[in-house]
Design a protein around this ligand. Structure first.
Ligand code: PMP
Length: 394
């Protein structure tokens, strides 16, 4: 049997129509399939591979850590230098109040941890989230997802969740002194790149301050330079009480984190002791890889180049079939009239050697979230192919 047949038979499926493309190698912003065909990767593992696939400094850091140790003990007991050094590097680049990093193994677990932390610290139970938000697929993170379609089959979910419209001032008074935390993506990704009004995030911050609710910002997808600043919240003049990180955090390895002030974070250490624990959070090899990727991001000044690359895409992506392009940095949604049109375009692009997909809550939008170090000529080539597919389909 071929690998593809075995994949369909023995690897649990998440949809009835998986792409089932077999990738045998990845390098920089390129993927290569089993037949040796090359693809420009416009999605970088969906905002994971911000420094590209197999960056030599990331590989080197992984190898070095493999020679020292891999897993040695559940998270939180032993001093493991990759965790320590990465937590220091992250907090050095975050506002002073975000000084304590709780590492997890995934983004969903970061959401879970933050929800528990907010309840424990505030002694309150209500959690508020927003329509069309995505914070993960576990039961807790699914409970704050902003989509009835994905929630309904799995009810009952967590009680005490209230959902408000994103980017709407009207809902904010529903945040009260009963609210443990409000969780929001700084820029909504799966909704098809929805950038909130500047003043809205400020008003949200202010309402949280007035009521004592903690503000949790999810930058699992939009952090690490994706939107043109290291952290998306910098663009809105606010600081969250808890920051969620994942995806690019691990430099291509599985890693998540929630970050808060240690005054808040320490509430997980008592009543009960070990209030939040996990075996693999902050895996030393993942932290070593993540730290190396973080260093690359900073040393190669990749964040500074995001705006010019965004502009290059925007200049080239002009076609009567394109309804709109919504973007902030290298997170872009190219809107078409329907899902079926978008799917046709995506399939044609894949056969032309451009790898992309659509968004969970915006299936008529093509996703562009490439490695931040994608070369200009790859951007031009990808755009040329997109335009030629659109011409052909017209
Ligand atoms: N939050 C956001 C904004 C995400 O995009 C994702 C992943 N798509 C998650 C949380 C969940 O992360 P993970 O898939 O690693 O659990």
């Amino acid at each position: 049997m071929t690998n593809r047949q075995l994949f369909l038979l023995h690897v649990a499926q998440t949809s009835e129509a998986p792409l089932a493309l077999e990738i045998s190698r990845a390098e920089g912003a390129r993927l290569y399939d089993a037949a040796g065909k090359e693809y420009i990767d416009l999605i970088g593992g969906i905002s994971v591979c911000n420094v590209g696939h197999r960056h030599p400094r990331v590989l080197e850091a992984i190898k070095k850590q493999l020679d020292a140790y891999m897993h040695i003990m559940v998270y939180g007991e032993l001093v493991q230098s990759p965790q320590v050094r990465y937590a220091k590097a992250l907090t050095d680049r975050l506002p002073a109040s975000l000084n304590s990093v709780f590492f997890t193994a995934s983004g969903s677990e970061a959401t879970e941890g933050a929800m528990k932390l907010a309840k424990r610290y505030s002694n309150r139970t209500q959690i508020i989230s927003f329509k069309n938000s995505y914070h993960g697929s576990t039961q807790g993170s699914l409970s704050v997802m902003g989509s009835e379609y994905w929630q309904q089959a799995f009810r009952p979910l967590l009680p005490g969740i209230l959902q408000l419209p994103y980017n709407s001032f009207a809902g904010l008074e529903q945040i009260t002194s009963e609210t443990a935390c409000v969780i929001a993506e700084t820029i909504q990704a799966e909704a098809g790149v929805i950038v909130p009004q500047q003043d809205w995030l400020k008003a949200l911050r202010q309402r949280c301050d007035e009521t004592g609710a903690l503000l949790v910002l999810d930058e699992i997808q939009c952090g690490f330079g994706r939107n043109g600043t290291l952290w998306a919240f910098e663009q809105f003049g606010i600081v969250p009480d808890i920051l969620l990180l994942g995806k690019a955090l691990g430099g291509g390895m599985p890693l998540g984190a929630f970050v808060a002030d240690r005054k808040i974070m320490n509430s997980l250490t008592h009543d009960p002791v070990l209030g939040h624990i996990n075996t693999f959070g902050g895996h030393p090899v993942c932290c070593a890889a993540g730290l190396a990727a973080f260093d690359v991001l900073l040393d190669e000044k990749l964040v500074e180049m995001v705006g010019a690359k965004e502009q290059l895409f925007l200049n080239r992506l002009q076609h009567p079939k394109i309804g709109a392009v919504r973007s902030r940095g290298l997170m872009m949604a190219v809107e078409f009239e329907s899902f079926s049109m978008n799917k046709k375009i995506i399939d044609a692009l894949i056969s032309e050697g451009v790898f992309t997909d659509w968004f969970l809550f915006a299936d008529n939008c093509l996703r562009i979230v490439p490695p931040l170090n994608i070369q200009e000529q790859d951007i031009q080539l990808a755009c040329d192919r997109i335009i030629s597919v659109l011409n052909r389909l017209s």
